[in-house]
Design a protein around this ligand. Structure first.
Ligand code: FES
Length: 144
């Protein structure tokens, strides 16, 4: 292999790796750490409004990320048509929780929570914090 062909192949490999890194990082950002879509919102007077249309088409679960707020919120439309909002904060030592299967997992000390927030495995002993979530017109209003 001469110098010219070596440079050609090296530049092609670098360009391919850079493109791969770019695509990979943008995909991770759009999917969030859970592999689910993340709904971004801002708060007004300690409340966040979500259009109810976000839950159309079988999208009964939304991961809500509020700007300038420490934890994500799991918002779920239940089978009976009501909504729940749970803070993704571990009740053991306030570490952020990760969605894992139908429940939630704490990567700090290993606590596990069920989909309804009940403790499945300690060291956490208290259930996840539920936030008030009420329907107002065509919006779901979550109080932080
Ligand atoms: S902070 Fe979650 S298990 Fe300790």
């Amino acid at each position: 292999m001469n110098r010219r062909s070596f440079l050609k192949q090296s530049c092609g490999a670098c360009a391919a790796m850079s493109l791969g890194a770019l695509l990979g990082s943008s995909l991770l950002e759009s999917c969030g750490s859970t592999g689910l879509g993340v709904l971004k919102a801002s708060q007004t007077d300690g409340k966040v409004s979500i259009p109810l249309t976000q839950f159309d088409g079988g999208h009964s679960f939304q991961l809500l990320r509020v700007s300038n707020y420490n934890y994500d919120i799991a918002v779920q439309k239940k089978d009976d048509g009501t909504y729940s909002a749970m803070l993704l904060m571990c009740t053991h030592a306030r570490h952020p929780l990760t969605k894992a299967g139908s429940g939630y997992y704490c990567t700090l000390h290993g606590s596990k929570f069920a989909a309804d927030g009940k403790v499945e495995k300690g060291p956490a002993s208290k259930p996840m914090v539920h936030l008030p979530a009420i329907v107002a017109g065509d919006q779901l209003v979550v109080t932080l």
